[in-house]
Write a new protein. Structure first.
Length: 334
């Protein structure tokens, strides 16, 4: 449902901008998810300065979260040992860095961060010149890192940039207040664990007008074909994908269908992004339903960075949402 790459992530040329993501998560080019049609191609301007640099290893405190355990259909949303680094990385993206910062990192090892740069701020809706200036800033920093670390700017492809999402997550929390209880009730009707309602943060940050370049729309980033298969009207002037209640029923049917096929909620969540056929292929090829092994070992051109990080993003969202008072409202129980 997210049209392939992480429909719930803003992918900025190596930088994750939420928009489909705005809806949010991963990226490789600078763009932003908007509430309307796809943005025009950017043009250019200047680069931003480096806020910090050097190779850093992410430091984090890990606690096995029993709080995400769900009864009902065997769901248990704890952080697997093999995904701790990925989840911690995305927690920082959602709760520490803003959309005017880009985290430069190794795409194959999210524990290796080369630095963080400030990038030009763009008002909404962003103009192409501003978007291009962000892209230029990221490109210049990738090349600088590549030359310093590997001796050649041509190695810039080994560095990925991910924009922060703290400000977008804060907006998502406010937007979710009007609908999240209704979503939880709908999911309960289908026997879907309540926590999966937070998947909408990954998809769209609860932006009811979210629209991606791939054509996915609404808080659940439904593609036109998927929406029609599940009974929604997708017409000019009457696109029910933007209706948060109707689209939630479709998301519930989609998730339930994939759960019934794959037998595990972590796989069903991954299938929401990659498609049930892709995840079933991973299960068949690897001979396992272990989500960590699939993320680590499954090889397919259509199963790239965004797809591998979709489930870790979901787990990170659960943590950040539960700790929202601390991250966004300055409250700390301790």
């Amino acid at each position: 449902m997210i049209a392939g790459i992480l429909a719930g992530f803003y992918l900025v040329f190596g930088v994750l901008l939420p928009a489909k993501v705005y809806a949010p998560v991963l990226q490789q080019s600078v763009s932003s998810q908007t509430a309307a049609p796809a943005l025009p191609e950017p043009t250019l301007i200047e680069a931003a300065g480096v806020a910090s640099e050097g190779t850093m290893q992410l430091a984090y405190r890990y606690e096995r979260p029993g709080r995400h355990e769900q009864k009902g259909k065997g769901a248990e949303f704890t952080v697997p040992h093999g995904l701790k680094t990925e989840v911690e990385f995305w927690k920082k993206i959602y709760s520490h860095y803003t959309s005017d910062q880009a985290v430069m990192h190794d795409p194959d090892d999210l524990g290796t961060v080369y630095g963080v740069i400030d990038i030009p701020h763009c008002d909404e809706p962003p103009i192409r010149e501003c978007l291009k200036s962000r892209e230029n800033a990221v490109t210049a920093e990738k090349e600088r890192i590549a030359e310093k670390k590997w001796g050649s700017r041509t190695e810039a492809g080994r560095v990925r940039a991910q924009t922060g999402l703290k400000d977008k997550f804060a907006e998502g929390i406010e937007a979710s207040k009007d609908i999240i209880e209704k979503i939880e009730k709908i999911f309960a009707e289908f026997g879907i664990p309540k926590d999966i309602s937070k998947l909408a943060f990954v998809e769209s940050m609860f932006n009811t007008r979210a629209y991606s370049r791939s054509g996915a729309a609404g808080i659940w980033q439904l593609m036109p074909s998927t929406a029609r298969v599940f009974g929604l009207k997708v017409k000019r002037g009457n696109d029910e994908r933007y209706d948060p209640v109707k689209s939630t029923y479709v998301a519930a049917r989609h998730l339930t269908r994939d759960y019934n096929r794959l037998g595990k909620w972590d796989l069903a969540i991954s299938a929401y992004n990659s498609g049930p056929g892709r995840i079933q292929d991973a299960v068949n090829r690897l001979g396992t339903k272990n989500i960590v092994r699939i993320i680590r070992d499954y090889s397919n051109p259509s199963y790239g960075f965004a797809a591998r990080n979709f489930y870790p993003c979901f787990l990170a969202v659960l943590e950040v949402y539960e700790e929202r008072d601390e991250h966004f409202y300055g409250k700390n129980d301790s």
